[in-house]
Design a protein around this ligand. Sequence first.
Ligand SMILES: Cc1cc2nc3c(=O)[nH]c(=O)nc-3n(C[C@H](O)[C@H](O)[C@H](O)COP(=O)(O)O)c2cc1C
Length: 225
Amino acid sequence: MTPSQILSERRSIRAFQNKPVSVGTVTAIIEAARHTASSSNMQPWRLYAMAGDDLDRLRDAVRNSLAANPTGEGAEYKIYAEPLKDIYSARRKQCAEDMYSRIGIARENKLGRMMQFSRNFDFFGAPVGMILAIDRTMEPGQWADVGMFLQSLLLVAHEHGLGTCAQAAWAAMPKTVRAHLEMPPELMIFCGISMGYADPDAPINATFTGRVDFDAIASLRGFVA
Ligand SMILES: Cc1cc2nc3c(=O)[nH]c(=O)nc-3n(C[C@H](O)[C@H](O)[C@H](O)COP(=O)(O)O)c2cc1C
């Protein structure tokens, strides 16, 4: 499988089979992602991978916290720019539309959308849940590095036949996640990652998100045809 193939095949997966992922497979994925490039080789990422009872305990704790405060605990970083420029706001709306229309939840069905969103905090039922963190002293360049590490995890997982979904939603639950992981104060949650074998029959997994045109994201200059 080439990187181009994996890039074109990978999709976010939000429903999983009830089938465990071996520790060997998870270790191999992290081991491969460990080779991600970073500015000055600082490798400013820290990953926590959970399964089984440990993951269930986090799910329970998050459920309890959300029952007390449904709006979450407040992310430690701004997940989206405020205000979001129209061009990105439109893409964001389209992304939501791509997913919710696939599972038949209309725009007016606020409760339905909220319930689907809350599935984030169950790691969409995945057998593996991950939390990816960054040292809070890091600057935008290093956040980009952590994004590259995230990309490596998603792509290598695909190579191993696993589905994934990156989840910024997890940044909204720092208190509970930090306590569960005994995360040192210098670390900040960037995102969560659901990982497992995709449920091939789940309509949500057929969500297709397009991309803007080549010309909207890249300029070729000085090339000879
Ligand atoms: C950093 C990051 C955070 C994301 N956060 C969420 C999230 O909280 N919940 C979710 O369902 N999807 C989340 N996604 C998935 C994106 O919506 C998805 O990658 C995008 O729509 C493109 O679709 P694709 O992954 O299927 O190609 C996130 C993706 C990234 C890279």
